[in-house]
Design a protein around this ligand. Sequence first.
Ligand SMILES: Cc1cc2nc3c(=O)[nH]c(=O)nc-3n(C[C@H](O)[C@H](O)[C@H](O)COP(=O)(O)OP(=O)(O)OC[C@H]3O[C@@H](n4cnc5c(N)ncnc54)[C@H](O)[C@@H]3O)c2cc1C
Length: 477
Amino acid sequence: MRVAIAGAGLAGLSCAKYLTDAGHTPIVLERRDVLGGKVAAWQDEDGDWYETGLHIFFGAYPNMLQLFKELEIEDRLQWKDHTMIFNQPEKPGTYSRFDFPDLPAPINGIIAILRNNDMLTWSEKIRFGLGLIPAIINGQKYVEQMDQYSFSEWLQRQTIPPRVEKQVFIAMAKALNFINPDEISATVVLTALNRFLQEKNGSKMAFLDGSPTERLCQPLVDYITARGGEVRLNVPVKEFLLNPDQTVQGFLIRGEHGDEVLTADAYVSAMPVDPLKLIMPQPWREMEFFNKLEGLEGVPVINLHLWFDRKLTDIDHLLFSRSPLLSVYADMSNTCREYANPDRSMLELVLAPAKDWIGKSDQDIVAATLEELKKLFPKHFDSDSPAQLLKYHIVKTPRSVYKAIPGRQAHRPSQETPIPNFYLTGDYTMQRYLASMEGAVLSGKLTSQVIVRRHESGGSSQRLFKQVDSKEVVGAG
Ligand SMILES: Cc1cc2nc3c(=O)[nH]c(=O)nc-3n(C[C@H](O)[C@H](O)[C@H](O)COP(=O)(O)OP(=O)(O)OC[C@H]3O[C@@H](n4cnc5c(N)ncnc54)[C@H](O)[C@@H]3O)c2cc1C
């Protein structure tokens, strides 16, 4: 089969990779001149990289880890100590850690929480533990039902003290979906907590050793093209052309010599949900399956890169800033081999929630961030010779991953659609991981699976690929 795929993000590339494994020929069409979508990165005139987002890989990403193995690039993941590090706003320049000992789950997680006495009191830890009991007993079914509540509402319902939200979960909600706990669905936070508590290495983090475009997307492209597939940049899909029976007749694309029609045996949208909605053919909009996509919308986020004249920290890990302006950050000169510099820091920081900042100038954003850095690194900014910013790059994504507010689970579509030769893939499609790199890779694998299944066995439910899955979430067993 020839399969046309619109979008060369991780979902589109993963779908193409698994289609080639099954002996088919994918043609991936990417609108932009760069691979990777939300993991895309660029090199500036000095040769320094800047990225769409600061990206962390977790131990709880089985499909992503298997992909690295299949591509034989596992050595590119730089695993860090099993710990979570939070800034302490009340004590500028200091950190509080949750250190996970080398013991089975959930004991390692429980010990990590119990040993940390900076952020939560004993009574807060106990009240939080008791609040989690329904999730432990009722498992994933309960976690899914909680999609009707925001995480703040869930905490209130479980009578968990508000300080627990302030101390830990503002940082976690911002890291997960770039929004605060009063907006994020309880399902999202509970799902992540379950992964982290149920799997020994679930919360263990790795950084890629360089830019995702070069170090992860390019090996995928090499793999696909070596097996007869194609990946074409600068080729936007402008329209899905339909047959009278509403199946896809072809993709109208902007090719090298103007508009052309690309035909295939099957068609996949690996576009994010926002641009997909824009080019959705009118007859499909009337179908409930496609109509419910109206309930999904990307959330704004901003990624900053700041190069300094000196080393600000030697911490080789992700940090939760616990700042109202910022979410997570890392000194990439420590965490990432290809960005390494023993003398100067390059901080990569995520600014979230970004809705009030996305329209502001780069200068305003940098000025506000530098004010925050004074609190994170007082030693280097409050001295007689404060650290000097050498240069910066800012990447704004006005619509990034879908905003996971309450009720969104019901809007997430399956990879299989009512149109027999058209499929969806992408982190927003239904899969058990959230809007993440793992979710994107898994969705691509699932999409390839349904395409092959429909084609080869006329709809039989037999699974052709192994979906590598971690354990069910807390208590689901
Ligand atoms: C700031 C930031 C930080 C993040 N941090 C993490 C993290 O730490 N860990 C984690 O797991 N995840 C993280 N994510 C999320 C992760 O990047 C995404 O979930 C994932 O990359 C989405 O992949 P995708 O293939 O579904 O979509 P995308 O990457 O958006 O790919 C869609 C592709 O479709 C293309 N396209 C759109 N329209 C057309 C068209 N008409 N024709 C052809 N092509 C088209 C786009 O250009 C794009 O390349 C982060 C995201 C951001 C923005």
